[in-house]
Ligand binder design. Sequence first.
Ligand SMILES: [Zn+2]
Length: 214
Amino acid sequence: MSILFGSSDVDRFWSKVDIKDSNECWNWIAGIGTNGYGQFSVKFKKIGAHQFSYLLHNNIYEIPDKLCVCHRCDNRICVNPKHLWLGTYKDNSEDCEQKNRTTKGSKHGNSKLTEDDVVEIRKMYKNKQIGIKDIADIFGVSRTIIQRAATGDTWKHVDSPICEKRNKAVGLDLAVEIRRLYNTGEYKQKELCDIYGLLSSEMSEIINNKIWRE
Ligand SMILES: [Zn+2]
């Protein structure tokens, strides 16, 4: 239950969603704006349905400045929190995914990060909702480069708080869950890396019971 939004708003929101299994798209079944996103209004303000879903799920009141809620599934009317992640606006386009694709290979074509990028990367890395792969895609560099910049292995001189390496945050419960998912045979190792924002080396240690053993 959200402490930020009233239960009537929250109930009204979910009544307009076709809720399916946790990994499927949850489509918005009410009004859709000309931009193709589901529309919701709360406290007399219009907001994208996917944005409201993100706020609810993360218990935050506003989308942080300069960030936008993007879809992993490329389905604009989907409001499944699992399919939503925060991305950056790199230009004036309203479409994160589109921008995300064009950013790859253009501005960041040669994998050159700037100090501003590193500040942004560290902010995103802290937010565990965003997979390392997603961050890597936005900046057009490898996951290792992201991880090293975020944890202060590189870019030590950049004045922004460095992050703890993510694998410390895995924990036994999540490791057990990851192994269970892997053993169903429905997920490839790489997909699990993407879902949980882990490096493949860490993932194989988890799957092979080398770390976080029961
Ligand atoms: Zn979806």
